[in-house]
Design a protein around this ligand. Structure first.
Ligand SMILES: [Zn+2]
Length: 391
């Protein structure tokens, strides 16, 4: 290239000019290609400034964060600790690998409720779509809770007291809330099971000889051949429970839940004396664990079962202590007055059962309906119908 134009002949000059002109065209084409490439790259790789401006303008993440902040500042999460913990746990866990996920106590309790009311499928859905704990960890967590065992136990009474104390605190309930204990039996499948933890058999309700149901009856299974013999003997000499007896706490406050206090196994052959003993045992355990934190037991509630009715009548006709009563001979509702707004023995029978007890004797020609000192027959009701017309 380094050649002076003066030294070239006109022919050489023409050839050289054509060559240079071709190079120029090629370079221009390359330049145009590069320019379009730069434009393409600019489009795909946005500058930092551009992306910041765009994100700021879009505002959805900021809006979300601002809404949460505003709700927090105005105390909109007040009284909703579970919701706050839920949002906080999700935000923390999203930035962790699955194995490192941690959940607050509120979140765990929510997952337990989901297991009880929704079952396994709801738990799986919750874990997959809402970053909740897996089903296996929900099950593991459940084992740490109170384990319900048959019979009257100090540990269960103490846990019941804790549940009510927390519920009272949550709802701002101060002072004592009186409770009524409701009870009934229901037929269940007769089944004997082995309790591995204690090496005992569960499902018997006491020895056959002179049988009386025992609520904590669990024959021990020994080792080896003796173990086999004790199993055979247990089936030979004991009664199998075919009813589940449940006693529930019914606090007289709409915001407090009803909870199961005692479950026991029975063959339904128990008598009123047995029920009285259980009531006394429950009374002393309640006095020890729950009376000062939850409230006093004012009475027992049940259906028209004759054994409980007998005890209720005993209490109503009792002359013990200072009593108050409705002064009408046909209505025996009384209770023991313990002072400081406390009463004892104010029992409650299910009104539907009582209604049936009024109606059924009138349907039968051989039964009489006793009202106080008088006996009522179907004719009396007929006269009532004739005398009073229905508007
Ligand atoms: Zn029994």
């Amino acid at each position: 290239m380094g050649c002076r134009i003066d030294y070239l002949s006109p022919h050489e000059l023409g050839g050289h000019s054509r060559l240079l002109a071709r190079w120029l065209r090629e370079e221009r084409a390359l330049h145009w290609q590069m320019k379009s490439k730069v434009a393409q790259l600019k489009m795909s790789q946005r500058g930092l400034k551009l992306s910041v401006v765009e994100n700021f303008n879009r505002k959805d993440v900021f809006l979300f964060c601002n809404n949460i902040l505003a709700a927090h500042r105005t105390n909109a999460f007040g009284g909703k600790p579970a919701l706050w913990d839920f949002l906080r746990d999700i935000a923390t866990n999203l930035n962790r690998v699955r194995q490192g996920h941690k959940f607050s106590q509120n979140f765990k309790s929510f997952a337990q409720a989901m297991k009880i009311y929704g079952g396994r499928r709801m738990c799986d859905l919750f874990a997959l779509d809402f970053a909740g704990p897996s089903y296996s960890s929900i099950k593991r967590e459940n084992k740490k809770g109170v384990h319900f065992i048959a019979g009257e136990h100090f540990a269960i009474f103490a846990s019941i007291a804790n549940i009510y104390m927390e519920a009272k605190e949550t709802h701002g309930i101060t002072g004592l809330v009186p409770v009524i204990l409701a009870e009934d039996e229901t037929k269940v499948k007769t089944r004997i099971a082995w309790e591995a933890k204690t090496n005992r058999l569960v499902g018997f309700c006491g020895p056959k000889e002179g049988h009386c149901c025992v609520s904590l009856f669990k024959p021990v299974v020994g080792d080896g051949l003796a173990g086999y013999d004790s199993i055979v003997d247990a089936f030979r000499f004991n009664m199998k429970g075919s009813f589940a007896r449940v006693i529930m706490v019914n606090p007289l406050h709409t915001l407090l839940p009803r909870l199961v206090l005692v479950v026991s196994c029975t063959c339904n052959c128990f008598d009123s004396g047995w029920v009285r003993k259980q009531w006394n045992c429950i009374d002393s355990l309640w006095e020890e664990c729950c009376a000062t934190t939850v409230g006093p037991i004012i009475g027992h509630a049940s259906d028209g079962d004759s054994r409980r009715r007998q005890l209720m009548l005993q209490d109503y006709s009792s002359k013990v202590g200072t009593r108050y009563a409705i002064p009408w001979e046909g209505w025996g509702l009384t209770a023991e007055w313990l002072g400081e707004n406390k009463v004892k023995g104010l029992h409650d029978q299910d009104f539907i059962h009582n209604g049936k007890k009024l109606i059924n004797p009138l349907d039968s020609a051989v039964k009489n309906l006793q009202l106080g000192a008088d006996v009522c027959f179907l004719d009396h009701l007929g006269q009532v119908y004739q005398k009073f017309t229905i508007d």
